[in-house]
Design a protein around this ligand. Sequence first.
Ligand SMILES: [Zn+2]
Length: 104
Amino acid sequence: MDLDELRADLDQIIREADAALAVAEEEPQETDEDDAIDIDADREEAMLEATAERRVEALAAVARMDAGTYGDCIDCGNKIPEERLSFRPEAARCLSCQERFEQQ
Ligand SMILES: [Zn+2]
């Protein structure tokens, strides 16, 4: 497992999230009462929430790298498969624990 490469991926996720969230903060508040715009605003808010969530997960993953526990599932302690980490470097759980977590 190439930790340097994964850390670079995580840094990029954090940087991109910071940029997206900074842009969102600069945007003027919607005052239009149009329903279509409300839907757009809701969708954007949901997207920003997902971005903020991913940023937190990426920061936690960097912290796990520093602690030397990166790549271990935080629930069962098993190794998270490398192909999962290359796809989602911020993943804190193996696939089966993640599925169980999301069903709760
Ligand atoms: Zn697990």
